[in-house]
Design a protein around this ligand. Structure first.
Ligand code: AMP
Length: 418
């Protein structure tokens, strides 16, 4: 038997009710804050991701699903959504009337990471991006939205970590200070980090290898190197969070793996998931729109790990799809034919109805109605057809009522309409 690909998974009907609940809650909240849905393709030219995420990142170096299509183009399954949304923003000149645009998208991302609990090769993100707003208040607003979403969903034990990555004005000074330190500990670094030191030294701070962590334990913190403008920006973000009751922790080591981040960067962590503790991450990327050929446009975004949210909430809550409003237990060919007609008409009128299509005993049919968690069962056999009456049983109260078969569809609609 052919099995699914390692790191990929099926989301079965028993689980999709929770996925839909999360998706609806997120879409409604984002809508309330003015974020409109955008749907971008799951595949783009490889160059888009290489340029926006950065050549020396784990994602671009080792994790992308890249292939040459039959026309000779090099394409990649998207590892994240920001790059595509930025491309769309530029390509459709969405900045023209008003550079302030806010989008969200929900969908699958692909990274060839080592699969483990909470880490998949196809995973889903809820992603939001705001363009054209330089004010630090939008940074605070994004964190506020995440906080509120987790609260609405009932996700417990989350923690907001925040840092600033500075800007092209102040980062070079920090970079130099970091390089000075790295020069002294080069032999302790893993081979990846030695290469990173040359290309993207900030990423050494992100390395999980114990030797590297130890080597950079005394590294300078970027937050101490901010220019006045970045410092003021960061203070306004943290001030707004405090004023609005959002607890946060300054994490001087939070650098994130993506190249295009500037200034505010944040992560939401939870203790509920073991090693894969990050449920959401995001930050500013004020330079990216211009770097990809658009006008200079400040921007900020976040991505929530949908699968991880599902895992957390699945431990806490049980959301199941509603059972049928009505199960028609029909006995005999004539009753089944009538039941089929009624079920079509009731289904067409917006009522969820199930029936037994096989030749099964009443007992077996009642058992199935129970298993499906039907609200009511309509019992109809030859005797009922002859008498012109069917029996409607309320499965919760066990109360039974006779309903005239003449006009039964309208009567059922009235009684059972949600
Ligand atoms: P990133 O796009 O790397 O900033 O990730 C944002 C969020 O997506 C993380 O906080 C995780 O919750 C989630 N995420 C990232 N990679 C994976 C993965 N391979 N499997 C499941 N969730 C992931």
């Amino acid at each position: 038997m052919i099995q699914l690909i390692r790191g990929f998974k099926d989301i079965l009907p028993a689980e999709t009710a929770l996925w839909q609940h999360i998706e609806r809650t997120a879409a409604s909240l984002l809508g309330d804050f003015g974020y409109g849905e955008i749907r971008v393709p799951i595949m783009e030219k490889t160059e888009l991701f290489a340029r926006s995420i950065g050549e020396d990142t784990d994602i671009v170096e080792k994790e992308m699903y890249t292939f040459v299509d039959r026309g000779g183009d090099t394409l990649t399954l998207r590892p994240e959504a920001t790059a595509s949304i930025v491309r769309a923003y530029i390509q459709h000149k969405m900045y023209a009337d008003d550079p302030v645009r806010k989008f969200y998208t929900i969908g699958p991302m692909f990274r060839r990471e080592r699969p483990q609990k909470g880490r998949y090769r196809q995973f889903y993100q809820i992603d939001a991006e705001a363009f054209g707003i330089e004010s630090p208040l939008v940074d605070a607003q994004m964190i506020y939205m995440l906080h509120t979403l987790f609260e609405r969903l009932g996700v417990q034990d989350t923690q907001v970590l925040i840092n600033s990555l500075g800007c092209p004005d102040c980062r070079p000074r920090f970079r130099q200070a970091l390089l000075d330190l790295l020069d002294g500990v080069e032999e302790q670094l893993c081979s990846d980090c030695r290469r990173r030191k040359a290309n993207n030294p900030l990423r050494v701070l992100d390395c999980k290898v114990p030797g590297c962590r130890e080597a950079v334990a005394g590294a300078p913190a970027i937050i101490d190197y901010l220019c006045d403008a970045c410092r003021a920006h960061f203070d306004t973000v943290t001030g707004a969070l405090t004023a609005h009751g959002i607890p946060f922790v300054l994490d001087k080591r939070l650098v994130r793996g993506l190249d295009y981040y500037t200034r505010t960067t944040f992560e939401i962590q939870t203790t509920a998931l073991g090693a894969q503790s990050a449920v959401a991450g995001g930050g500013r990327y004020d330079g990216l729109v211009q770097a990809l050929g658009g006008p200079a446009t400040p921007a900020i975004g976040f991505a929530i790990g949908f699968d991880r949210l599902v895992e957390i909430l699945g431990q806490q809550t049980q959301i199941t799809a509603a059972g049928p409003a009505l199960f028609i237990a029909a006995i005999g060919d004539a009753a089944r034919a009538a039941a089929f007609d009624w079920s079509l008409r009731l289904g067409g009128a917006g009522l969820y109805v199930e029936m037994e299509h096989g030749d099964k005993s009443l007992k077996a049919q009642m058992k199935r109605a129970n298993r499906l968690d039907a609200g009511h069962v309509l019992i109809v056999g030859e005797n009922e057809l002859a008498a012109g009456k069917a029996v409607l049983r309320d499965m919760a109260t066990k109360e039974q009522t006779e309903l005239p078969i003449d006009g039964i569809v309208d009567a059922l609609r009235q009684r059972l309409a949600p």
